[in-house]
Design a protein around this ligand. Structure first.
Ligand code: FES
Length: 183
């Protein structure tokens, strides 16, 4: 004990008493246990509270219709509702895609937005081209640019066929660039 009444610092006398060693041991054990409990609480907390906010936008496969309803060589615009999970936020929105069935039965799915500045385009049956009304870009049935200011072909969307249904992942891309940049 010091003159002001506080305990003598351990080891000041050059000796560590058995009682002091035991106390320090229990302090270490208690501290270690508290750390483990804290870690045990922090990991689930991170998983449930923080981790969803850090996740990239999740876009699901969406059923856009029967493959049998798409005639070969005649692109079809198919509307659907897509649900996007973005961290904690879930939003549903009405989207469209263009589906093209080739003579061999293969299906390509295009984003409905022109790669120039993002306008919606349409299929011209007589001319067998996609035409954008905004600045006149023209694309062939495979999405390749035939004329106009579009800097790249139409953007392809992931698609697959399951049980005769066409499934698509709706994505958006930056317009006006030669490279495909997903948003
Ligand atoms: Fe389509 Fe400009 S937005 S040509």
């Amino acid at each position: 004990m010091t003159s002001d009444g506080s305990p003598t610092p351990e080891g000041e006398s050059g000796l560590s008493t058995p009682v002091g060693s035991r106390r320090r041991f229990f302090q270490w054990v208690t501290g270690g246990l508290a750390g483990l409990i804290g870690l045990g609480l922090a990991i689930p907390l991170f998983g449930y509270v923080i981790s969803p906010a850090l996740k990239r936008r999740v876009r699901p496969w969406v059923d856009v219709g029967s493959v049998g309803d798409i005639p070969p060589g005649e692109p079809r615009q198919l509307d659907h509702i897509t649900t996007i999970q973005d961290g904690y936020l879930e939003s549903r929105s009405h989207k469209a895609i263009w589906a093209v069935k080739r003579p061999d039965g293969q299906i390509k799915v295009f984003s409905p937005m022109c790669t120039h500045l993002g306008c919606g385009y349409r299929w011209e049956t007589g001319e067998k081209t996609f035409k954008c009304p905004c600045h006149g870009s023209v694309f062939d049935i495979d999405g390749q640019v035939l004329s106009g200011p579009a800097p790249r072909p139409l953007d392809l969307l992931p698609s697959k066929i399951e049980n005769g249904r066409l499934l698509v992942v709706f994505k958006e891309f930056k317009s006006g660039t030669a490279q495909v940049v997903e948003l």
